[in-house]
Design a protein around this ligand. Sequence first.
Ligand code: SF4
Ligand code: SF4
Ligand code: FES
Length: 241
Amino acid sequence: MGRTLTFKIFRYNPNKDNDSPQVESYQMEETQRLNVFTALNTLRETQASDLMFDFVCRAGICGSCGMMINGRPTLACRTLTSDLPETIELYPLPFFKLLGDLSVDTGIWFREMAEKVESWIHTQEEFDPQATEERMDNDIANKIYEAERCIECGCCLAGCATVQVYPDFLGAAGLNRIGRLMNDPRDQRGDQEWFELVSTESGVFGCIGMMACDDVCPKDLPLLEVFSYIRRKLSKIELSK
Ligand code: SF4
Ligand code: SF4
Ligand code: FES
């Protein structure tokens, strides 16, 4: 016999007059291979038509469905209820702007981060659409590919103690982006520019290194490796000054 699941869901619409935060309970029979995203859809269809949460891909690709599931930031569409106890508590990711219930706006933060780290290839070379594509060393291409797998879900930030107390901190997602650009031989930023970008409390010195981000990243990005790479690169810059 299947389990009866109890969902305790944070409900609050900041755009509705006189609404106040509360937790509401809903019950549902568990079906085979049920994931939290599908359960939320069913709840919205049958019990809570105004429930707000985000999704696009349902395949762990778009990063929209990040939320706190029993206290852990993760993706609803990749979380099977069979891996959870009968009572499932759902809260929106902390740190991001709350849009309502389980829906947050991660886009504001990611845009600001991209602007802060100038997330584009810095080069003086003129773009020539006719030029043959330049070859890249396989190891470097793989490192860039790994960093590019970030889906901007925000789970690493929701699990990071530093961003909660110091919102300017770039977090794992920001440092991962910097590592991606540092690794790219086409980005011609010099040592001094990298040093100024990351050798601050917003950068790598703000990180306390307990690696909660690494534990919760649903894409298993090699964040520890990225942080070590940035620190190594910084120490070399200091030594050569
Ligand atoms: S190691 Fe800790 S402080 Fe550093 S980015 Fe990850 S969660 Fe944040
Ligand atoms: S580093 Fe991982 S947890 Fe952080 S935003 Fe990217 S995919 Fe999500
Ligand atoms: S809906 Fe796209 S990652 Fe979950």
